[in-house]
Write a new protein. Structure first.
Ligand code: IVH
Length: 716
C-alpha cells in the first residue's frame, strides 16, 4: 500500500487520529480486550467501582461524540464494545451506584450543520447483549413477562450504519431525519433524496394502502462493494483507503452538497415504524411490518427469520453469524425482536429502550499469528510504509498474510517486534488491523523494531513527516519512487500503455534508459528490442503501444502525473477546463477551482506544481511530442461534467428541453446508464433505464429535483 503526500491538514488529522488510537488501542487492547474474562478488582470495592463507572461513562460519552458527531472514532468497534461491556457488568453488579449519574447515553449525531427536527415519536436505541448469557437472559425475561408462553421472535441482521427516519405524507417523501439525540435529529432530506433505493413515493396496494402520515425507520449504510469502488478511486488519486463503511455512510449523509452524496452510492434498509396516522394502520407484528414496508416499495432486511424458543433463537443467531462474511453489507450483530405487537406492548418500554428487543453483538473476528517480518515499501511520493509479513492465517473467511502497519509511530506505540505473536482483528471494517501483541508469547530474543533511518531503495537519509509519525525518502530521484511513478504513468489509471508493467519499468530504470515519463517517448524501436533481449521480455508490441499513448486523452496524462488527491474525476474535470498540460501547470488556484475541484485538491495541485521538478516533467512530456486528446465539452456551469441519462416522460419539460438545459449547465447527456452515470432523470413510464439505475445505485431524480439542481424555479 502506497501512502503518498497529503495536505497538511489531512495529514495532521489522520496522524492525530492514529496517534490517539494507538495509544488508547494499546491500553484498551492490552488491558481490557484480552483480559475480558477477568473480573476487575473494582467489582468488589464499591468506591472503586463507582469511580470506574463514572470514568467509563465519560470515556464512552467521548467516544460516542467522536463516532456520532464527527464520524471519526479513535478506537475500534471491538474496543468500544469492551468498554461498554465492562460498564454494563459493573452497573449490573452495583445497581445502587446508579444514583443520578444515569446510564450511558444514546449518543448524539446532530452536527449543527443541518436544521434540527423534533421526532414525533422518540427514536430510541436498543439494549445490547454481548454474550450468549445476556441473550439468554433477554429471552428468559420475555418469556416471564409473557406469562410463560413462548412468543415468536424475529431475528434480523443489525446493520452497521446510521439510523434514519423517513416520513411520507400522502405517500410522498417529505422528510428524512437522523436519530440525533433520540428526541431531535438532523434534517437531511435533500441528501437522503440522493439515495437511489429510497423511493420518493410509496406504492399503495389494496391490501396495504399507505397511511396518511407514516414515518419509516431504518439504517443508511454502505455496501462493501461500494466501499471497494470508492477505495479504488481513492487509490488512483493517491489517497489512503477508507476502512470503516459505517463512517463513510455517516460522513456522506452529512455532506453539505447533495450532488456529492449522490456520487457515493448509499444504501438503505427499513425495519421499523415511528409515527403512523391513523394509528389503526400500524401492522400487528414485526413480520407483518416488514412485509408491509416491502409492499410499499421500501428495501427491507432479506435475512430476517421468525423463531420460537431458545434453541431456534440460538440457531438463527449462529446462522447469521456464519453468514456474516458473505453479506455485502456491514453488520456487527443481530437484532432480536418480539414479533407480535400485543406482546411488545406487554413488555413495554424501559427507561430509554424497549424491553421487547435487543441488539446482540457478535464478537469481532480475531486471531493470533506470528509476525515474520516487516518490509518497507517506498511509495510514489517517497513515503515509507511498513508492511507486516504474517504467518498466513484465516480471519472471517479470508486468508491474510500481510497487513499495513501504517507508519513508524504505530509500530513504536504498539511495540510490535519481529517474531511477536500479534493479534489481528477484523470487525466492522474490511481491512484487518493489528490491535496488539500477545506479550506472554514474546520470544526472549525479540528486539524493539528499529525503523530504517535510510531509504531501503536509495540509502538517502529519511526525513520525518506528520510530526515524525511517518518518514519519507526526500530523494526525488530515488529509484523506488522513479519506478512507482513510471508504473503509475503507464498503468490503466494513467496513459494505459499495454504491456508496460512493473517488470518492464524495472528493466528500463535498471538500465538507465528511462527516468521520467517523457523518456519513454524518446526510445527508438531498436532500443526497446535490445532492452527486451537483455531482460528476457517481449518488446515487439511496445513501441507501437508507447506511440499510441501519445494521443491518450488529456485526463489520462493528468492522472498519470500522480498528483496527490487528483483521481479520475478530478483529472477529467481539469481536462475539460484546460486544453494542454502546460496550461494546467501554469494556472492559478482560482482557475483550478473553476474546473470544479474542491479546496483540498486545489491545495494539492498548488503544492505539486510549486516543485520545479514537476513543472520540468510536464515540459519534458510536451517536448517529447505528446498530443493528448481533449474532450469538447462545456466547461462550466452548475452541472459541469456531470453525466445524465433521461428516461420516461417528465411532467413539464420534454426530454429534449431537459437535455438542452442540462447541457447549457455544463452537464453531459448520454443514452445508456452505466457506472459513470451521475444521475438518471426519470419521468412517467420509465422502465429499463430506471431499473438499471437502481441496480447500479445511480442517483435518480424527478423533474423538480432536476430543476433544483439547475437552480430553476419549481414547476408551476
Ligand atoms: S430496531 C425500537 N433493527 O441499531 C427499535 N435497529 O443498537 C429500534 N439497527 O438504533 C431499532 N439494524 O440504528 C433495529 N434490524 C435492525 C437494526 C437496527 C441496525 C441499529 C439502529 C438502532 C441500533 C440499536
Amino acid at each position: 500500500m502506497i501512502r503518498p503526500r497529503e495536505s497538511t491538514l489531512a495529514r495532521a488529522k489522520r496522524m492525530a487520529f492514529r496517534g490517539r488510537w494507538i495509544g488508547r488501542g494499546l491500553l484498551v487492547a492490552g488491558l481490557l480486550l484480552w483480559a475480558g474474562a477477568v473480573v476487575p478488582a473494582e467489582a468488589s470495592d464499591p468506591a472503586k467501582a463507582r469511580e470506574r463507572i463514572l470514568h467509563l461513562r465519560a470515556e464512552i460519552a467521548r467516544h460516542d461524540e467522536l463516532y456520532f458527531k464527527h464520524a471519526a472514532p479513535e478506537i475500534s468497534d471491538a474496543a468500544y464494545d469492551t468498554l461498554k461491556r465492562e460498564l454494563h457488568g459493573l452497573e449490573a453488579e452495583h445497581p445502587d451506584l446508579l444514583d443520578g449519574a444515569g446510564p450511558a447515553g444514546l449518543g448524539d449525531d446532530r452536527s449543527g450543520r443541518f436544521p434540527v427536527y423534533r421526532h414525533r415519536v422518540p427514536m430510541t436505541g436498543l439494549d445490547k447483549s454481548y454474550s450468549e448469557a445476556e441473550l439468554r437472559a433477554f429471552h428468559a425475561r420475555v418469556v416471564r413477562r409473557a406469562d410463560g408462553v413462548e412468543p415468536e421472535l424475529v431475528v434480523e441482521p443489525k446493520y452497521d450504519g446510521l439510523a434514519l427516519g423517513v416520513t411520507y405524507e400522502s405517500g410522498r417523501l417529505v422528510r428524512a431525519v437522523t436519530r440525533g439525540n433520540g428526541t431531535e435529529g438532523d434534517d437531511v432530506t435533500a441528501n437522503a433524496r440522493m439515495i437511489a433505493a429510497l423511493p420518493r413515493e410509496l406504492r399503495s396496494t389494496a391490501v396495504r394502502p399507505w397511511p396518511e402520515v407514516v414515518e419509516v425507520r431504518g439504517e443508511v449504510y454502505l455496501t462493501y462493494g461500494e466501499l471497494a469502488r470508492i477505495n479504488a478511486e481513492r487509490e488512483q488519486a493517491g489517497e489512503p483507503p477508507l476502512a470503516h463503511p459505517r463512517n463513510v455512510a455517516a460522513g456522506t449523509l452529512k455532506l453539505s452538497d447533495p450532488a456529492e452524496v449522490g456520487a457515493r452510492r448509499l444504501a438503505v434498509v427499513f425495519y421499523g415504524l415511528g409515527a403512523c396516522e391513523p394509528e389503526t394502520a400500524r401492522p400487528e407484528s414485526q413480520g407483518d411490518l416488514l412485509a408491509t414496508l416491502a409492499a410499499w416499495g421500501l428495501p427491507v432486511p432479506q435475512e430476517s427469520r421468525v423463531v420460537r424458543g431458545w434453541a431456534e433463537l440460538q440457531t438463527a443467531v449462529a446462522a447469521l453469524g456464519r453468514a456474516r462474511g458473505r453479506l455485502d453489507f456491514p453488520t456487527d450483530g443481530v437484532v432480536v425482536k418480539v414479533n407480535e405487537r400485543r406482546w411488545q406492548q406487554a413488555l413495554g418500554v424501559g427507561a430509554q429502550t424497549p424491553r421487547w428487543a435487543i441488539a446482540h453483538k457478535f464478537a469481532p473476528a480475531r486471531v493470533e499469528t506470528r509476525l515474520r517480518g516487516i518490509t518497507i515499501q517506498v511509495g510514489r511520493t517517497g513515503l515509507l510504509t511498513p508492511v507486516a509479513e504474517l504467518e498466513p492465517v484465516k480471519i472471517a473467511g479470508a486468508t491474510i498474510a500481510r497487513a499495513s502497519l501504517h507508519n513508524r509511530a504505530e509500530i513504536a506505540r504498539k511495540d510490535i517486534r519481529v517474531g511477536d505473536v500479534v493479534r489481528v482483528e477484523k470487525a466492522g471494517e474490511i481491512i484487518p488491523m493489528i490491535v496488539g501483541v500477545n506479550l506472554a508469547r514474546r520470544p526472549a530474543e525479540a528486539a524493539p523494531y528499529g525503523f530504517p533511518t535510510a531509504c531501503p531503495a536509495c540509502g538517502t537519509e529519511t526525513v520525518g513527516v506528520d510530526g515524525e509519525a511517518a518518514v519519507r525518502c526526500p530523494n526525488a530521484d530515488c529509484p523506488a519512487q522513479v519506478r512507482r511513478r513510471l508504473e503509475h504513468f503507464a498503468s490503466k489509471s494513467g496513459v494505459d500503455i499495454h504491456g508496460l508493467g512493473p517488470a518492464w519499468v524495472d528493466l528500463l530504470v535498471t538500465h538507465g534508459a528511462v527516468r521520467r515519463p517523457g523518456d519513454l517517448y524518446r526510445l527508438q524501436r531498436d532500443d526497446w528490442l535490445a532492452l527486451g533481449r537483455k531482460g528476457g521480455l517481449a518488446a515487439e508490441r511496445l513501441p507501437a503501444a508507447v506511440e499510441r499513448s501519445k494521443q491518450a486523452e488529456l485526463w489520462r496524462f493528468i492522472q498519470g502525473l500522480g498528483i496527490p488527491r487528483i483521481g479520475e474525476a478530478g483529472a477529467r474535470r481539469l481536462a475539460r477546463r484546460f486544453d494542454r498540460l502546460e496550461a494546467l501547470a501554469g494556472a492559478s488556484p482560482g482557475e483550478w477551482a473553476e474546473a470544479g475541484l474542491g479546496p483540498a485538491a486545489v491545495t494539492a495541485l498548488a503544492e505539486y506544481f510549486s516543485e520545479p521538478a514537476n513543472r520540468a516533467l510536464v515540459a519534458d512530456l510536451q517536448a517529447a511530442g505528446i498530443k493528448p486528446r481533449t474532450e469538447s465539452a462545456p466547461e462550466q456551469g452548475p452541472l459541469a461534467g456531470k453525466i445524465f441519462v433521461l428516461t420516461g416522460s417528465l411532467p413539464q419539460w420534454t426530454r429534449l428541453q431537459a437535455a438542452d438545459k442540462i447541457r447549457a449547465a455544463g452537464g453531459l447527456v448520454r443514452e445508456a446508464v452505466s457506472r459513470r452515470t451521475d444521475y438518471v432523470v426519470a419521468g412517467e413510464g420509465a422502465g429499463e433505464k430506471l431499473a438499471e439505475a437502481r441496480r447500479l445505485g445511480v442517483a435518480v431524480l424527478d423533474e423538480s429535483e432536476l430543476r433544483a439542481l439547475l437552480n430553476e424555479d419549481p414547476a408551476p
